[in-house]
Design a protein around this ligand. Structure first.
Ligand SMILES: C=CC1=C(C)c2cc3[nH]c(cc4nc(cc5[nH]c(cc1n2)c(C)c5CCC(=O)O)C(CCC(=O)O)=C4C)c(C)c3C=C
Ligand SMILES: [Fe+2]
Ligand SMILES: [Fe+2]
Length: 331
């Protein structure tokens, strides 16, 4: 009997891994940024204001002003390989594929923009993957990041007759492999500086404070990562939250306010961003460029931004360990 056209291959069954990050515009231009922001900021998990109220604000104000400003920021960090977040995520997937070998198929996707989660799942299934591990690359769980990946996967699965079997990589904010990779990376980068910073500032992406009171574990996950990193390094690690958006009260202290105060106090500072698995606009422009400018304008002299784990040896070994552990029983 021949299979109907469009039927996925029945053999051989392969295991797939789908790395997912937030997403980024296709170009550092207002039109592309607008398209990206429209999809991102229309997600009800990201902006938890009733759509009837929020959509007019989004379309009438935010999407008419922010894309131009954000495009200028993107242009400052854009690379020959595209947006840093896209380039790094792609490099992580390629490197993980090499580490895991041909029996496991690795793909990557972006929650907003391209490659979309649905098309990446289709690619894995066409390659024969009936079991797929979805790995949202957010160490700290947050409804606005982790949960929305699961929503998008579920929305795609809802369109399929023959669904794959799924597993999800749990949040890894306190996983010894993650803490060890972070500590090794920070230790090596501090040793390469020409100064010993008075303060090591761990800057996490902010969230509306309300989400903490509603039970989102994100704030606690960030605090625990910083405490474990501090214990591993044997030195204090200060926590701050960056990238405030909108008028609501966000988690505090704010990174920009702390950087400015430390500059005023004449302290030397190294900033690390443990919540980002890849360097992106929020780290390269907001911390490494703007953060340094704010620090110097406040009178500070010695400032360093320490890059994320990205596709470094430390970062990839961690990812391989996390993924292999979740795949046990499937191979
Ligand atoms: C790592 C965790 C992240 C959380 C939590 C998060 C929450 C969150 N973000 C916004 C608004 C924006 N974020 C933007 C960029 C951005 N955010 C994250 C990660 C988290 N966001 C990343 C990795 C990036 C970088 C993307 C890139 O292309 O490099 C932006 C877009 C840029 C800009 O215009 O400033 C917005 C807007 C909200 C509202 C929110 C939680 C409620
Ligand atoms: Fe964000
Ligand atoms: Fe930002």
């Amino acid at each position: 009997m021949t299979l109907p056209s469009g039927h996925p291959p029945v053999t051989p069954s392969q295991v797939g891994v789908l790395l997912v990050n937030l997403g980024t515009p296709d170009a550092p231009e207002p039109r592309a940024v607008r398209r990206y922001l429209k999809q991102f900021l229309s997600d009800r998990r990201v902006v938890e204001i009733p759509a009837l109220l929020w959509q007019p604000i989004l379309r009438g104000i935010i999407l008419t002003t922010r894309p131009r400003k954000s495009a200028r920021a993107y242009a400052q960090v854009w690379t020959d390989a595209g947006s840093p977040l896209a380039a790094v995520t792609q490099a992580q997937a390629a490197s993980l594929q090499t580490m895991l070998g041909p029996d496991i198929r690795v793909a990557h996707a972006m929650r907003y923009g391209e490659p979309a989660i649905g098309s990446a799942l289709d690619v894995l299934m066409s390659a024969g993957c009936r079991r797929i591990l979805v790995a949202p690359l957010y160490p700290q769980y947050c409804a606005a990041t982790t949960a929305t990946v699961v929503d998008a996967v579920g929305a795609h699965l809802a369109t399929l007759r023959w669904q794959p079997t799924l597993r999800y990589l749990p949040p890894y904010h306190d996983d010894p492999a993650y803490i060890a990779a972070l500590a090794a990376s920070v230790r090596a980068q501090l040793a390469a500086l020409d100064f010993a910073p008075d303060v090591l500032l761990a800057s996490f992406h902010g969230m509306p404070e309300r989400t903490l009171h509603l039970g989102d574990p994100y704030h606690c996950h960030c605090q625990k990562t910083a405490r474990l990193l501090s214990e591993a390094l044997g030195r204090p690690v200060e926590v701050a939250f960056q990238s405030r958006f909108g008028r609501a009260k966000w988690l505090e202290p704010a990174t920009d306010a702390r950087i400015e105060a430390l500059g005023r106090e004449g302290k030397s500072v190294a900033v690390v961003a443990p919540g980002f698995s890849a360097d992106c606009l929020e780290t390269l422009e907001e911390l490494a460029i703007r953060g340094r400018e704010q620090f110097v304008a406040a009178g500070g002299q010695k400032f360093a931004y320490l890059p994320c784990l990205n596709d470094s040896g430390d970062g990839m070994t961690m990812l391989e360990n996390l993924v292999r552990r979740e795949l046990s029983g499937w191979l």
